[in-house]
Ligand binder design. Structure first.
Ligand SMILES: Nc1ncnc2c1ncn2[C@@H]1O[C@H](COP(=O)(O)OP(=O)(O)OP(=O)(O)O)[C@@H](O)[C@H]1O
Ligand SMILES: [Mg+2]
Length: 338
């Protein structure tokens, strides 16, 4: 069913993106490292979930919803690697090894972490390791860690995230240079596909919704599958306008939470979103709009903020134009500024 709101787990519940799904199926078996990228709510977790559920053999999933500190991250990774080792139907040797280094002698966490990595290496343990929202841990030498795993382990690692620029930068860093890293990018649905998603979704519940309503949904919510799924979910029990309002309310809460991470740049970012939604989409026009409300901004400050918004996945830069990745970000601007 398309309108169930958890990330999807089965292909039959996952609309479109067949090519990306088949690529991930293949790559996750073949290459050491694959990165799945795309805007928030486009369906990255669902895509990986489908492949993860089909995966036969050891597997582990690290979900980094909030940024962990370094110790928490390594502890989490440690637990998941240990879990991979246990699933690999270990010969007695592996069991003995595990037991050995978990005794008093190797209490120092760091050492036991690398001892665990060594067990994976020496025994050529295969398995799928997913690191979802990997951008949360790029500061903890993720580049070195991934390079080490890439070179020494037989694991297939899939990392995912919506801060495309941050992940791209990570993959370009020195320790990972020269390694073939596959990328799968999920783009939002076209308007036509978004309509088809809604139509097919409602037909799974034998519900007929007029195309004028569906057009309004796409016009107001955009084409990210996440918001459309929420609309479908609410519309099953609510009238059209009420369902739209509910989605906007939920979206607003989520987006405010995410955007506050911009800290000092929050206010200017909101004015940039507002400018773009009002049709000012080139560098100079956006800057002029923002400066009506702020002190004049230096070119370099304005450029830094634009670049940051692109890197974090809030904006896209196409030709001369800057576009909103998610039209609902404007709702946040309207709530705070108007
Ligand atoms: N192709 C799809 N078919 C059906 N439902 C989908 C699809 N893609 C996403 N969804 C639904 O949209 C919502 C968001 O999906 P998901 O969590 O997979 O996206 P995401 O890109 O990982 O988002 P985030 O960036 O917030 O982590 C979920 O409710 C999921 O069930
Ligand atoms: Mg996700």
């Amino acid at each position: 069913m398309y309108f169930s709101i958890k990330p999807k787990e089965r292909e039959e519940d996952f609309f479109n993106y067949k090519e990306e799904l088949n690529r991930l199926r293949e790559l996750s078996k073949k290459v050491p490292l694959t990165a799945v990228m795309g805007p928030r709510r486009v369906g990255k977790t669902s895509l990986i979930n489908v492949v993860y559920n089909e995966w036969k053999g050891p597997k582990a999933w690290i979900n980094l919803l909030s940024p962990p500190d370094k110790n928490q991250f390594f502890q989490l990774l440690y637990n998941k690697l240990r879990y991979l080792i246990y699933q690999s139907s270990p010969p007695e040797k592996i069991r003995t090894l595990l037991e050995e280094f978990e005794t008093e002698k190797l209490k120092v966490k760091k050492r036991s972490f690398w001892a665990l990595v060594e067990i994976l290496e020496r025994n050529k343990i295969k398995g799928l390791l997913v690191i979802d929202e990997a951008q949360q841990v790029v500061h903890w030498q993720l580049d070195r860690l991934l390079a080490h795993f890439y070179d020494r382990l037989a694991l297939n690692i899939v990392i995912a995230g919506s801060q495309i620029g941050v992940l791209e930068e990570l993959l370009k860093k020195e320790p990972l240079k020269g390694r073939l890293i596959e990328k799968i990018t999920l783009a939002p649905l076209s308007e036509q596909k978004a309509m088809a998603f809604l139509l097919e979704g409602f037909s799974q519940y034998q519900k007929n919704i007029s195309s004028s309503e569906l057009e309004e949904v796409v016009k107001q919510l955009g084409t990210l599958t996440g918001w459309l799924t929420y609309y479908g979910h609410y519309r099953l029990s609510l009238p059209h306008q009420k369902a739209l309002e509910e989605v906007k309310e939920v979206a607003l809460e989520i987006l405010i939470e995410e955007l506050t991470h911009l800290k000092d740049d929050f206010d200017i970012a909101l004015h940039i979103f507002l400018a773009i939604s009002k049709g000012f989409s080139t560098w100079a026009k956006i800057k002029r709009f923002v400066e009506v409300y702020h002190q004049p901004l230096s070119d370099s400050t304005f450029q830094r903020i634009l670049k940051k918004l692109i890197s974090l996945g809030w904006l896209e830069h196409r030709g001369e134009q800057y576009l909103l990745t998610d039209p609902l970000t404007v709702k946040v601007a309207e709530r705070f500024l108007e």
